[in-house]
Design a binder for this molecule. Sequence first.
Ligand code: NAD
Ligand code: IPM
Ligand code: MN
Length: 356
Amino acid sequence: PSPLDLVVIPGDGIGPELVDSALQVLARVAALDGFEYRLTTVDAGATAYRRTGRALPDGALERLRAADGVLKGPVGLPDVRHPDGTEAGLLGGLLRTGLDTFANVRPMRLLPGVTGATRHGPGEIDYVVVRENTEGLYLSRGAGAATPHAASDQLMVTRVGTERVVRYAFELARGRMGAAADGARRVTCVDKSNVLRSYALFRRVFDEVARDYPDIGTEHLYADAAAHELVARPQTFDVLVMENFLGDILSDLGAATVGGLGMCGSLNAGTDAAYAEPVHGSAPDIAGRGLANPVSQILSLALLLDHAGRTSAGDRVRGAVESALSRGDFELGERGQPVRGTQSVTAAVCENLRPG
Ligand code: NAD
Ligand code: IPM
Ligand code: MN
């Protein structure tokens, strides 16, 4: 087989440190699993914007689309802004719309060895947030109306856009072993259909799609109640599907229950392209000091390997993170930061990648 064609976007802030860590893990797992890969680096994000006036270089989308997968570090710097006040160095809109990666898959798992920031036990939390990734409130990006006195954005939900992401969530639930504590396979629809028409359409389409999946249970929660339940009873969830903006917020909330943002990777998946990135941002407050938790980027790599058909490699990477953590080969502090720094985690994960 030809080598896996991977594109790497190191990103801003802690991005380059995390991507470097994930690439060490990739080198090791590829050797163990017996596959070859080729890396191309694309410079994109806020630093690139500051240097060139563009967050994403010309021709990059075509290159990304042609690749087997893209591993992206977090991008964005709070002081790189457009005149309207929004950030200029972000790639979310350009990549998610440009590559039509309509499903943002954000697994939330509480791993053995994570103790500080949670009152739940290992294995108790294991669900996936499927965030609609191309419309909802984010369709307003760069549109909307703004004067110095008032500004508005529009939340747009379409039948086509909802149907494909809901179907993705049901297929994902079918493929899972019923990870919720009661063993059930279930998709939870999260919305505010009690108040807003856009969310009412989202729920209606959800119910229509659900009829094609009689083997999968369903549940509806309003987003405010969902926020409560995700903290109070996270063990009851399996797969959740929701509009873009709700998914953005509730996935950071979920991260707080599984050891912090540094534990959460994600995959932006479409029909023709995919890219993996941490759920969190570029963490300028700790950038360049070797303090960040690279597990988010390493678990993103695992999702990318799954997507590229290398599921045994993906499983190996997840297994190595788990065994390193549970053996105490690296330790996380109260807020999920590695006690002995980024490289201590990378080394421990690589060390736990063993033949067999
Ligand atoms: P953030 O997620 O970067 O940081 C929030 C807090 O979590 C900070 O205290 C940070 O130090 C901590 N944190 C995040 N990741 C960590 C890790 N791996 N290990 C240890 N601690 C970690 O959010 P923010 O500060 O609101 O945003 C910073 C920048 O990132 C902004 O420019 C924002 O627009 C951008 N952003 C980008 C993405 C992306 O590229 N996908 C996602 C979110 C935010
Ligand atoms: C995320 C981020 C992005 C989003 C920003 C940086 C555009 O918060 O990927 O979760 O809001 O989608
Ligand atoms: Mn976010």
